[in-house]
Design a protein around this ligand. Structure first.
Ligand code: PNS
Length: 164
């Protein structure tokens, strides 16, 4: 059985992520979406559990996709699950430099780890979780960025925060 891990911070999941998940689910027998923390980014807006709930809601139509959270190294999570294929989406050329470094870094500590890159659908090339959060904080519509269910969670979270 071919299994792949699609790792990311998913803070929150975007339409671009969903594009990569659904296309991976058509190629591989099983896709494990792994929600991790990215130490190079500022603290996430959503907790890992909140991010997992949002993802679980949007992948419910895909029986071969599961969502997991992990607080640690991606390669440790992959080894625990006996998986050595990682998939990462590329939105544009400039993503490649950092993604290439991450792939090489992971391979330097776990030589069996293979990273496959999937270019996202061009209509999502500008979509990112951070831009969705930025626009949400100005009350803009997010229909090009995230599913409706996630848009609602984003507004709830940002409004609740600003009331404190
Ligand atoms: O969606 P992101 O933020 O681009 O995903 C990056 C992520 C979470 C996959 C990466 O930061 C990661 O793997 N974090 C877990 C800790 C780890 O293994 N770090 C080494 C990566 S070089």
């Amino acid at each position: 059985m071919s299994t792949v891990i699609y790792p990311g911070s998913f803070d929150p999941v975007t339409l671009g992520h969903i594009d990569v998940i659904t296309r991976s689910a058509q190629i591989f027998d099983k896709v494990i979406v792994c929600i991790l923390n990215n130490s190079t980014k500022k603290s996430p807006l959503f907790s890992q559990d909140e991010r997992a709930n949002m993802l679980n809601e949007v992948i419910s139509d895909y029986p071969n996709v599961v969502v997991e959270t992990y607080d640690g190294l991606l390669v440790d999570f992959a080894r625990m699950h006996n998986v050595n294929i990682l998939i990462r989406g590329l939105r544009e050329e400039s993503d490649f430099a950092s993604e290439f470094k991450m792939a090489q870094g992971n391979r330097s500590v776990a030589v069996e780890m293979e990273t496959l890159f999937m270019p996202t659908d061009p209509k999502y090339s500008f979509v990112s979780s951070s831009m969705a959060k930025e626009f949400a904080s100005y009350g803009m519509s997010l229909h090009d960025f995230v599913p409706k269910s996630v848009e609602k969670k984003l507004y709830d979270k940002l409004w609740k925060k600003s009331e404190i």
